[in-house]
Each structure stands twice: as C-alpha cells, then as structure tokens.
Ligand binder design. Structure first.
Ligand SMILES: NC(=O)c1ccc[n+]([C@@H]2O[C@H](COP(=O)([O-])OP(=O)(O)OC[C@H]3O[C@@H](n4cnc5c(N)ncnc54)[C@H](OP(=O)(O)O)[C@@H]3O)[C@@H](O)[C@H]2O)c1
Length: 307
C-alpha cells in the first residue's frame, strides 16, 4: 500500500494512516498459506507453546489472544501453566521439556513472571531455535551482529519493520530516532533500523532536549510508555511517526472507546507527519501476527525445509 516516502512527504497536508489491522491480516494470511505448505511437505503442523506462571488476568488475556491467532492460521497452540508460587527450578524444568519436545516449534515465556522469579534468566533458558519472541541473549546477539537471516527477531520491532515496508518508507540513509531502549522493544528496533541502513539515534529518559533530538527524525518511533509524550514540537514536517505506546486510561481520559492511548499526541502530530500509526489499530495488531510468522519460520528451520 501507499506511495514511496518522498511522494508522501510532498503531500500538501495530513498523514497517511498506516492501517496495522489490515497489514496484520495480510501477514496472518501469508502465515496460514505457509502453514498449509509446511503441512504438505512434512505431514506436521507447527506448534507454539506458551508458558504462563501465575494467574495475572492481563497475561491470561494475552495468552488467549495468542492461542486464537494460532488456531486461525493452523498452528497448534500448546498451553502450559504453573502456579504463582512455582519455584525457578519447576519453571526451568518445564522450559527444558518444551525445548526437547518435537511437537513444539516455538516456546514463549509470558512476561512478567511473579516477583520471586527472574524473567530474563528464565527466557535465556529457551532453546534459541525455538525462541519465537527473539529475546534470548543468543538471538539478541545475532541481531546486534547484523547476522542476516540468522536468529529470530522480537515480534513488535519486526512488526514495525513490516508496517514501514507496507507504507513504502525508504529506510536507507534515513535519520531514525527510537524513543525507548528496552530489551523488549527499543534496542532490537534500533538494531533492525541500523541493519536497514538508517542512521539511528536511541533516545531515553536521560536524553537531553528530547524534542530537538526527535525533530531530526525522518522516521520517529515512540516506545516510552508515556501517554502523548510526542507532540508537534517533536516532529519534523513530513516525518513518518510510529506509535508503539499502549497506555491504558479511562475511555473518557483517552478520548476513545478502547481507553488505549499511545505515546504520540495523534491529533497534534497527524497534520505534520507524512504517515502515522493510530492507537489502537497500528502497531498493536502486528505483534501476534509476527509471533505466528516467527513460529512458522522456526518450524521450517527445525524441520530443515528452509525459511
Ligand atoms: N504494541 C505492542 O504490542 C507493544 C509491545 C511492546 C511494548 N509496547 C508498549 O510500548 C511502550 C514501551 O514498552 P517497553 O516494554 O519498551 O517499556 P519499558 O521497558 O518501560 O521502557 C521504556 C523506555 O522508555 C524510556 N522512557 C521513559 N520515559 C521517557 C521519557 N519521558 N522520555 C524519553 N524516554 C523515556 C525509558 O528510558 P530509560 O531506559 O532511561 O528508563 C525506557 O528505555 C509501552 O507503552 C508498552 O505498552 C507495545
């Protein structure tokens, strides 16, 4: 969809709205087709195992959403749950069993884990070839080494790359600013943009003069978890603005029915930007779509049928 960035940037006013729901539906359709082909080739279906420790209702909702996504594309969801007081060794044992299980193509440790557990240490135990969240040190290392085609990439930054591609945004040589430097999103996002030959700045809570730093960006990606942090003073006219933030306010505070608001002040920024993602309906739908894509990719590599 969409015209190349240069053409969008010269549009007289108003941003192209990048439709994450439609683009995610396209990814899911692509994965469903890939799963059918995989089944024909191998006689098996990919399996995605989720491991949920404890009974956090929000985490249970996220896991259910992932399972629904699996069923839609023909991936087998495998549901593993442990009690909130499960010791580290029990969780580690479950991960080891899933690593060894041939039915399982992808293993996902639902975060956050209860406070007595170390989520990063547990994630690191996932077999890198099955690490469909792309968060193990091995996969993070492969990404930072720029190893093309090797490893699995974290789903949300991968989803942003898919949105940028769908909107025909030219990344080579572009100034990209990523606000946020978490291991989950900001760092891998910066690495993916660097691999696409953008000039990348990682901004964070200690960045001086954040508006000026952001206003350099041709591509501005906001992932700070701060409602409406990015306003018109952060945005160069014609910039592409991607809003990763998912901040839950009351519907009245948020001004929309979902109660979700991003890190970008959409009303102030949309007239300036050449293209922008809404919240909801922008980056959000991409995460599960890319998780399904990663699961298929892992299944193909494990089965030796290419990916
Ligand atoms: N759509 C999705 O599927 C999806 C997926 C992942 C995340 N998210 C959303 O994306 C947002 C970020 O997630 P995360 O996991 O990366 O969060 P996080 O771990 O809390 O990291 C937030 C980052 O933003 C920086 N930051 C905080 N306040 C800032 C400020 N005022 N100015 C500049 N930088 C600031 C922090 O800087 P320091 O490092 O200096 O503390 C940190 O690097 C959240 O709203 C989250 O819900 C959405």
């Amino acid at each position: 969809m969409g015209a190349p960035l240069q053409a969008i940037a010269s549009a007289p006013m108003g941003a192209e709205i990048i439709d994450g729901k439609a683009i995610a539906a396209g990814v899911r359709a692509r994965v469903a087709e890939g799963v059918r082909a995989f089944k024909e080739q191998t006689g098996r279906v990919p399996g995605l195992a989720t491991l949920l420790v404890g009974d956090d209702p929000a985490s249970a909702v996220y896991v259910a959403g992932k399972h629904r996504g699996c069923i839609e594309v023909g991936i087998e969801p495998i549901d593993r749950r442990l009690g909130a007081d499960a010791p580290f060794e029990a969780v580690a044992g479950e991960i080891a069993a899933l690593n060894a299980d041939e039915q399982v193509s992808g293993v996902l440790m639902q975060l956050p884990v209860p406070a007595h557990l170390d989520g990063a240490a547990l994630t690191a135990l996932i077999e890198p070839a099955k690490d469909v969240d792309g968060l193990t040190p091995v996969n993070a290392g492969l990404l930072s080494q720029g190893a093309k085609g090797a490893g699995l990439r974290p789903c949300t930054p991968l989803g942003v790359m898919e949105l940028l591609a769908a909107a025909d945004v030219v990344l080579e040589g572009a100034e990209a600013v990523v606000v946020g430097r978490s291991n989950l999103f900001g760092k891998p996002m910066a690495q993916l943009l660097l691999a696409a030959n953008s000039t990348v700045t990682s901004a964070h809570s200690r960045t001086r003069a954040l508006p000026e730093v952001c206003a350099r960006a041709d591509v501005l990606i906001a992932a700070a978890g701060r409602p409406r942090l990015v306003t018109s003073e952060h945005v160069k006219p014609g910039a592409v603005v991607i809003d990763v933030g998912m901040n839950r306010l009351t519907p009245q505070e948020a001004g929309n029915a979902s109660g979700l608001v991003g890190d970008v002040d959409f009303a102030a920024v949309a007239p300036l930007a050449s293209a922008i993602t809404p919240v909801p309906g922008g980056v959000g739908p991409m995460t599960i779509a890319m998780l399904l894509a990663n699961t298929l990719q892992a299944a193909k590599r494990l089965a030796g049928v290419g990916a």
